[in-house]
Design a protein. Structure first.
Length: 121
C-alpha cells in the first residue's frame, strides 16, 4: 500500500513553516491546489493526503516558484508541457536544476544518517 502524507507533513517537508512558531503554512499548498489543477489530494475525513506522485508534483511547483523565481503562469505553462519538455522551455535546463536539487537533498539526508551512525556507534 502506498504511503500518504498529510498537508502539514508536506508543508514541513517543503520548509513552508512560520519562522516564529514553526507551524506549517498549509494555506500555501491549498492555494496552489486552486491554481494548479494537477494537484489532486486524496480527501479522507476532511483531511488532505498526498501520494508520492502528488508530493513530487508539489515539490516541483515549489522549486519552480521559490528557487527559480517563476510566476504562477510560467509554472502552469511548464506543467502543461510536462516535465520531460522542461529542457525545451529554458536553456538553463530547469529539469536538470530540479533533479540536482533533489539529489542534493537526498545526499544530505544520507550523509546526516551516516554521521549519526558514526557518532552513536
Amino acid at each position: 500500500m502506498e504511503r500518504l502524507i498529510n498537508i502539514s507533513e508536506l508543508a514541513k517537508e517543503l520548509k513552508l513553516v512560520n519562522l516564529k512558531n514553526n507551524k506549517p503554512q498549509n494555506y500555501i499548498i491549498r492555494f496552489w491546489e486552486k491554481e494548479f489543477k494537477q494537484i489532486k489530494p486524496i480527501i479522507l475525513k476532511n483531511r488532505r493526503y498526498y501520494n508520492q506522485k502528488q508530493v513530487e508534483l508539489v515539490k516541483l511547483i515549489n522549486f519552480l516558484l521559490k528557487d527559480k523565481g517563476l510566476k504562477i503562469n510560467g509554472v502552469k505553462k511548464i506543467l502543461k508541457k510536462n516535465i520531460k519538455s522542461l529542457d525545451d522551455y529554458n536553456s538553463d535546463s530547469l529539469e536538470t536544476s530540479y533533479k540536482k536539487e533533489i539529489l542534493k537533498i537526498k545526499s544530505k539526508k544520507i550523509l546526516d544518517k551516516i554521521n549519526k551512525l558514526k557518532k552513536n556507534g
